[in-house]
Design a protein. Sequence first.
Length: 334
Amino acid sequence: MPSAAIRAQLQDRLGDLLERHARAGHEGVEKLYDEHRGMYPPEEAGDELDRLAIAITTVDGETFAVGDHDVPFALQSMSKVFSYALALASHDSEELAETVGVEPSGDAFNSITFDERHHRPFNPMVNAGALATTSLARGDTFQERLDAILGVMRACAGDDGLHADDETAAAELRGADHNRATAYLMRAEGMIEGDVEELLELYLHQCSVHVTCSTLSTMAATLANGCVHPTTGDRAVPKDRVRDLLSVMYTCGMYDSTGEWAYDVGLPAKSGVSGGILVVVPGKMGIGVWSPGLDAYGNSARGVAICEEISKKLGLHLFATEDEDRLTVEEATG
């Protein structure tokens, strides 16, 4: 556990990082997303364009946060991590592989394209793949299936109060024609079964769970800690499936800019159109960043820039050499 002086220094460093990126403006921002308005250009944005938060939670359970870290926002596509985690926990590898693959698609997250060779969605981090993994949630009723997904999220967050926001889900459902078309096509092709409208509602409810940036970093820290919550000790995912989850996040988690992310940042992550990015530093910490301004790929523009800087300055890239790794708190704040 770092000393009080070291903790204060780390907090100050995060404050400096946030201030510099806030001053840098909105370079690279092409759009924002709201469940009521859909995508809209930055010139039509209000105060939401200036929202910015950074949070780091160590695998010891200590959180350092700056900016708008206590403002809630919807998980959106970041929820795909947890529905896939549930699928990994409740299905063996061969059974799951029949439903969804693990290959990067190279297409936009909402593309209606499939792995024709294997007759399945490319991976669980695109919308088609997330619909497939969500369809695997077990339960006799809608609420039981939703609770199963929420159970993984709550275990990762250490917060039994996490819940789907019905108003957000209803707004998403009103504009869900693209996802609806994807789901009906998948059922027509035999990739999923059952009631498409109920599946769509379940998927949009999982996307509508609200978290803060601090909570997001805690969820990431749980994944970094072998999917065991740093303070409660609750296990969210079986130990033998953690590698599978993080591998897919690494190769598929940042929409169709995942290759660039893997090259520049080099960490498992998942973004969402609400402007959040969940980043896992295995064995060390979780990072949460939130800034609603999105780049051309649908990732938070400032969030990506902040994560690149943190990774490079601390030598966090999975393939960084030992002399690049400066993550011991004393070195990182010295």
